[in-house]
Ligand binder design. Structure first.
Ligand SMILES: C[C@@H](O)[C@H](N)C(=O)O
Ligand SMILES: C[C@@H](O)[C@H](N)C(=O)O
Lengths: 161, 161
């Protein structure tokens, strides 16, 4: 199956929130996201990696306009679930490689990572699906990142998410 | 935009590898995934959360049949990049809620998390895209998880990924 990269999508309207050191037990993901859903805040990426020693970190992104409201809701949640701290950043941007047949081509993801590395762009967060590899980077690297990824994948135009 | 859940997909052919304590600097994601791509190993999920104190964890999933070969490749990588350790598990399964308009409905994700929590099913890893919320759980919970998610979303049949 030949992987085809259809385009590079980006979204500068992202703010990242990381709830660190949460108990890694059933119900915690719901106790974090439930109040955000109840407040009708649109969530884009949700990322959680495997825990260690009974805790893990739970991250998600919201539109920049919802950043402060989200932090306000999480203050109560943090106490309630006993999270170690909340780390947040509204100066991030998402860059995604969009294609078909991604699943069988981790070569596309590794090309993306190499291309960003060559420009000294640090990858803060990664999430993939069958048709997309998405990374969060410092917003100051958005234009540079999109430009060099274009070149690396031989594409002509971008798509703003 | 009304979110519609189209179905529940699952994949029991997953093995999870977590490269823990990697330096959080440009180039590391490529140094981990490059050798896996060069070996033509199919990678499904790639997850990395925000780092702390200069390190982070980098996780990905491969087909179970590639588990040992992947671990073999990573032994050299671990030394080369100075990762703290490699934590792996081939007894996991992926469950995904597939729908449209997911992005604006974190209510779907929170319903999924609540439903799994009510059965005492721990969520090991989470990754989302615009059309999917995917979680990794212990393989022993696959059938139970799929069944209760069906009921929670009022669906009739499943789709094996
Ligand atoms: C951390 C959180 O995902 C927890 N493992 C849960 O199942 O809710
Ligand atoms: C950990 C890894 O993603 C690193 N931040 C990189 O950019 O490669």
């Amino acid at each position: 199956e030949k992987a085809v990269v259809a385009g590079i999508a980006f979204d500068r309207n992202e703010a990242r929130i990381n709830v660190k050191g949460v108990p890694d037990k059933p119900g915690i993901a719901y106790q974090i996201l439930g109040p955000i859903a109840d407040a009708n805040i649109e969530v884009d990426m949700i990322i959680q990696n495997v825990g260690e020693n009974g805790t893990t970190d739970f991250s998600f992104t919201v539109p920049r306009g919802e950043f402060q409201r989200t932090l306000g809701i999480l203050r109560d949640v943090q106490t309630h679930i006993g999270a170690a701290k909340i780390d947040a950043d509204d100066k991030v941007a998402k860059i995604s490689i969009v294609g078909v047949g991604m699943r069988s081509h981790c070569g596309i993801a590794s090309t993306m990572f190499r291309t960003l590395a060559e420009e000294g762009i640090n990858i803060q967060l990664i999430s993939t699906s069958e048709i997309k590899v998405s990374v969060l980077v410092d917003e100051k690297y958005l234009e540079l990142g999109v430009r060099v990824l274009h070149k690396a994948f031989g594409l002509d135009q971008t798509v703003e998410a």
